[in-house]
Design a protein around this ligand. Sequence first.
Ligand SMILES: Cc1cc2nc3c(=O)[nH]c(=O)nc-3n(C[C@H](O)[C@H](O)[C@H](O)COP(=O)(O)OP(=O)(O)OC[C@H]3O[C@@H](n4cnc5c(N)ncnc54)[C@H](O)[C@@H]3O)c2cc1C
Length: 602
Amino acid sequence: MPLITIASLSSYNIDYVIVGGGTAGLTLAARLTENSDVVVLVIEAGLYHGPLPEIDTPGYIGRTIANPKFDWTFVSVPQVHANGRSILQPRGKGLGGSSMNNFLGVFRPHRDEVDAIQNLGNSGWNWDSFLYYVKKSETMLPSTLSSIDAKKYAADPDPEFHGIDGPIKKSFSVIFGEMQAKFFDAVENLGIPRNPDPSNGRNTGSMTPFMSVDSNTAKRSYSVSGYLEPNLGRKNLLVLPETYVTKVLFEDDQGSLIRASGVKFSNNGAVSTVSVNREVILAAGSLQTPQILELSGIGNAQILSKHGIKTLVDLPGVGENLQDHVGVSNVAEVETQDETMDVLQDPAAVERHEELYKQRTGLFANVPPGGFVFIPRKLVGLENVIDMSTSDMTENRVSRSGFEKQYEVLRNLFSDEEHPQAEFILYPGHQPLPYSVPEIGKQYATLTCDILHPLSRGTVHIASADPLVPPAIDPRYFENEIDLEQLARVVDLALTVYHTSPFKEHVKSIKVPSEDVRGRGLEGLKEYIKENCGSFYHPIGTAAMLPRSDGGVVDPSLQVYGTKNLRIVDLSILPLGVCSHTLTVAYAIGEKGADIIKMGQV
Ligand SMILES: Cc1cc2nc3c(=O)[nH]c(=O)nc-3n(C[C@H](O)[C@H](O)[C@H](O)COP(=O)(O)OP(=O)(O)OC[C@H]3O[C@@H](n4cnc5c(N)ncnc54)[C@H](O)[C@@H]3O)c2cc1C
């Protein structure tokens, strides 16, 4: 039984400590413990939630956000270029991490940008490797769509690109709507074709994505159900929940490289330590892995000394290079025979769908059918980005050379006018939004827009030497004004979709942004964005895998520079943002990280 208590900890001889039992952390733990000769301890700050409707029921997504039992409830520091607003930064808390509270969409990045990660100095981290590991992590469940509907709803996967026996199940929703098909037709009329299978690394176009839902049980498939629970019988897999790691401990006798000897943690207020034979591996995610590094004396010496922390490795890249997708939603009132999510305003409809869910069908059995569109650069009009000067974007940043190399990569990506640079998400209903309230009895469609390759680069650093004080998260949304310009153009394009045939047949009127805002053109939209934008929950890059001279924190074997046996296996290592949602990348990093550790090579 791998769930252990502090009291029993001293009876184990531990080879690897993994800090954070989230998406990548549990993936790594499951793979390492395939070797029965090694003992792995996973330390997770949150709970083992076990089976719970809030987590398992696909149609309940969003209900755990901002609930401290499931979510760290972080907010950013005030965003200077977004009207000084502090913006919500949800992160899963508990075994499963953000795979436990995310929105279940399964996406893959574009192959060119995965190959670009290799070209930034990371031999072995390319599309072929990514595809191998992401397939290893998943099982594609059979679709119930006819071949005609598969084309109509852009959901026609090529088996070559999908896993058949991996731990995470993925399936299509069972309900499709006419409004969704007309949305795809309208988008096609604007020059963005359907993409029947974006999993081959060419993800431009509109599509119905897979969801990480096991359609056999109509439940969330995530790192707990896929990687942890099937392995509960392994004696060499130990899991310590409700335990918060505050520091990595190092041996006193140091050579040029320091050696981790264990970690310090707090459990219900009691502080203790555990020693490790081989390695400590941080998998606490993009917002907390840098915090643990800094609390342990690894980071920018100036920042550490400000907080009275002794520097063990001066590594200025720690907590820099934060990249996140940022976006905003628009809502229109619609008329459709489809049952939109608005029906759930009616308690009788909720009851009906709760009953249907018992038969694994209805609106709660999967994520509501919607359309996703990855918009090519040519339609966002980013001519100015290709010619951009990098000097203003790298000024005063700790790693000028690293940023310059990233911008060179981006310039190449942007020069392909088919490369996806932005996204629309169609939600059939009025999405819960702080700036727009639905009227009971009406039907809506929400079109959410975000940019996929922001140029702004943020930071996450400790705000205090006290580990219980949350880190200062500063994504610096729109610090680079091209990001705001891009997003305004994307919102403008989304508003055009509402007026484009045949989708416009459903649209009665646009609710938000208001007529007044729309009347002020791109300038009005920019104000709307600054006042209402939010995170798309995809932070990456804060412990980047890059050469040390380029602001890197880990090398291609995920080893932290200046250390002998401290690695990072989570999304913080991704040096450059991808034009997709990030869940599959976290699983692939967990899978690949395990092979690197097992085989001793990339
Ligand atoms: C609300 C939301 C919706 C999303 N929707 C989607 C989606 O639909 N599709 C998609 O592709 N991506 C989505 N994402 C993004 C995706 O889920 C994440 O990028 C990915 O799961 C992150 O994986 P990770 O392993 O890097 O970190 P996490 O999975 O977040 O794991 C980090 C773990 O470390 C633990 N931890 C942190 N600090 C400590 C400490 N000091 N001691 C011990 N434990 C610690 C945390 O509690 C957590 O369990 C969403 C994310 C969120 C938050």
